[in-house]
Design a protein around this ligand. Structure first.
Ligand code: FAD
Length: 295
């Protein structure tokens, strides 16, 4: 049963912010693929919903004059994967969100919902962490930007204020130009599967493609919130592309993640796949960047 006491369709972002401000019990709903499932399960009994669905100002994908890519929070996963502006620039994100659920979920679920639910298993999260995305919020005091590294405060928790609407996700050119990346998700089946563990590796190679200039490694479901691995990243910087580095990467990330036991998988199993996914994602990212890993 859907126990929804009030439903308000916002006419604009400003209208949504005002509606949230008027009602401390109200919560936003975009695609509803989390909210409605939870409502049916009785987790939001008597809820008050403020719908952002269909707001044109949240569905824009722009390439700004300074090279920043700006993705409206209301963009569905399908829109992101198919976007000619994003393809070839942030391929890892396009590829990651194409692994969400099923075609129906990808047609309804939004990037904003995936970021705002605050969960560590969100398939967009490791890529957004690696791209150092900034989150644009609109609230009663105006707009603000939050680096995604400061977004998550705990499982299912973020710094978003009650009245704030996430309007867009911004990726600056210095965080995608010259990078190639790969997101690998482990699940027991290909579709309709929440991630058991997800790993995004983004690399920029030196001009002669013989060494790592910049590497970013981020995980989902390897800690209570999505995480980056800064010590591993520093270790890899400037290193030659060889098997020793591949081996070390896998070992090093294990010192920076804290997976837990759950009904999906044990901590030990997650550690094992984190090591393996990181190595595989690195190999693929290097290949995409035109590099070669030597013995
Ligand atoms: C069958 C099924 C399979 C799934 N598989 C996956 C999967 O493989 N990978 C994955 O990552 N997820 C999966 N999901 C979860 C879900 O589809 C995603 O989290 C999706 O991104 C949620 O987006 P939404 O627009 O539907 O969010 P909603 O359900 O509308 O909202 C989710 C949360 O975000 C808040 N919110 C939404 N938009 C905004 C905004 N603009 N500003 C402020 N707050 C906002 C809402 O208040 C709510 O707390 C699955 C869900 C289902 C039902």
């Amino acid at each position: 049963m859907y126990d929804i006491e009030q439903y308000y369709q916002a006419q604009s972002v400003a209208d949504a912010v005002a509606a949230l401000g008027r009602d401390p019990a109200a919560m936003p709903i975009a695609g509803g693929t989390d909210v409605l499932i939870q409502t049916r399960e009785g987790r939001h009994a008597g809820c008050h919903l403020v719908s952002l669905h269909g707001l044109g100002e949240l569905q824009d994908i722009r390439w700004e004059a300074d090279g920043a890519l700006v993705i409206g929070s209301g963009c569905t996963f399908s829109q992101i994967t198919r976007s000619p502006l994003l393809q070839g620039r942030v391929d890892m994100l396009c590829q990651a969100v194409d692994q969400v659920g099923s075609p129906q979920i990808r047609n309804m679920g939004t990037l904003g919902g995936n970021v705002c639910n605050g969960v560590t298993s969100a398939d967009s999260a490791p890529s957004l962490m690696a791209y150092e995305a900034e989150l644009e919020l609109q609230g009663p005091q105006g707009a603000r930007r939050v680096p995604i590294g400061q977004w998550y405060t705990g499982p299912g928790k973020t710094v978003r204020g009650h009245e704030e609407v996430l309007t867009a996700v911004r990726i600056s050119p210095q965080n995608y130009e010259g990078f190639s990346g790969c997101y690998l998700k482990y699940g027991k089946r290909e579709a309709m599967e929440i991630s058991t563990l997800g790993c995004a590796v983004l690399v920029k190679l030196t001009a002669d493609r013989s060494a790592v200039e910049d590497l970013r490694a981020a995980f989902g479901v390897a800690a209570p919130t999505p995480v980056r691995c800064p010590r591993t990243e520093a270790m890899a910087s400037g290193r030659a592309l060889d098997e020793a580095l591949v081996k070390e990467l896998g070992q090093s990330v294990l010192t920076e993640i804290q997976p837990r036991d759950s009904w999906r998988a044990s901590r030990d199993f997650r550690l094992q796949i984190a090591k393996e996914l990181c190595r595989r994602a690195f190999r693929r990212a290097v290949e995409l960047a035109g590099g070669e890993i030597r013995a």
